[in-house]
Design a protein around this ligand. Structure first.
Ligand code: ADP
Length: 327
């Protein structure tokens, strides 16, 4: 729960799809670890999801699924706050106020904006451009210092620091400069073996999908492309399947050795990974089923989370409006 003494943590996840292994290894592991010893606040960022989908039913469903997934993975509402971004509309007001000190060139140059221009050329909406400003507001409104995220968010976090610095310079020191916190797998590659695993790229291994679907996703993974024949030695350093084995068992070196000496083939290694991932997530998958059967549970957690944060959000807006000469 929020206190004045523990270091504050904030992070957000878009309800743009279902939780995947990249989310878990790159960010959610830290969400869960940091709920102890920190004052942790986690958010399903549905405003952000609107930059890439306009399907209202999908946003609502994915918000529910993402919250359910986080709770099943071990996010404990007794320890950390979990809420839905649009339930605290003060984020949007703060984003607007911060945007007045942000040169357009800063947001135009972000790698994610350039990528979205390429991946959704028919929907280069204005909110895509200002995405990092809203993200800064999400963090700054609660004065969070630590932000557990994957490496893809590093540039946004750097920009968030610049934005709060610019605001502080103009209106007086108030906001904390946030720092990204990475896991030891800050970039998890997708089933294509090249690009980052991402909901929008459709190269994910799901955590809560049907077992058959998850097995299929893992069996479709691209391994070491130079290993053509079963008898060719593999290169675990470049093979995405071998890399993932590091996180789902304590004998990965043995597995790597089997690949290097061609004792094992890629199919064996993938099958083993599928078994291990399913075992690793079995408890969370079971817990998800239990929580899903509790009517209204997720909504109640999200509602209570947003309510807890109301005084903090109001106080930040009060100070900011005052310093900016409003009201
Ligand atoms: P996605 O990229 O699938 O849309 P989000 O942007 O909602 O996922 O990311 C939620 C969190 O998970 C962020 O902190 C993000 O950096 C992290 N994350 C997402 N994909 C990966 C990945 N492939 N490797 C490491 N971290 C990731």
């Amino acid at each position: 729960m929020t206190t004045e003494t523990l270091p504050r943590v904030f992070s957000g996840v878009q309800p743009s799809g279902l939780p995947h292994v990249g989310n878990y290894l790159g960010a959610f592991r830290n969400y869960i670890a940091m709920q102890d010893g920190h004052d942790a606040i986690y958010c399903i960022v549905d405003y952000h999801a609107l930059t890439s989908t306009h399907d209202s039913e999908l946003i609502r469903r994915n918000t529910h699924e993402m919250a359910l997934g986080l709770l099943a993975l071990g996010l404990d509402p007794e320890k950390a706050v979990l809420f839905r971004q649009s339930d605290r509309p003060e984020h949007a007001e703060l984003a607007y106020l911060l945007s007045t000190v942000v040169p357009v060139s800063w947001v135009e140059r972000t790698p994610s904006f350039k990528e979205k221009k390429r991946t959704q050329p028919d929907d280069v909406n204005h909110a895509l451009l200002t995405y990092p400003v809203l993200q800064t507001a999400d963090i700054a409104i609660y004065h969070a210092r630590y932000v557990p995220v994957g490496k893809d968010q590093a540039a946004h976090l750097e920009l968030a620091r610049e934005i709060v610095r610019a605001w502080n310079a103009r209106y007086g020191d108030y906001f904390v400069e946030p720092e990204a916190v990475f896991t030891d797998s800050p970039v998890v590659r997708g089933t294509d073996g090249v690009q980052k695993m991402s909901k929008s790229l459709g190269n994910v291994v799901e955590i809560f999908g049907d077992e058959a679907v998850i097995r299929k996703q893992i069996m479709s993974m691209v391994t070491d492309t130079q290993r053509v024949l079963r008898t060719d030695p593999g290169r675990p350093e470049v093979c995405n399947v071998c890399q993932l084995h590091r996180f789902f068992g304590d004998d990965y070196e043995l597995i790597w050795d089997g690949e290097r000496t061609a004792r094992t083939g890629c199919v064996d290694t993938k099958r083993l990974l599928a078994d291990r991932m399913l075992t690793f997530f079995a408890e969370a998958r079971e817990r998800r089923r239990e929580l899903e059967a509790k009517p209204g549970y997720v909504e109640e957690v999200l509602r209570a989370g947003a309510e807890t944060l109301a005084p903090m959000a109001a106080e930040t807006l009060r100070v900011v409006r005052d310093r900016m000469g409003l009201g």
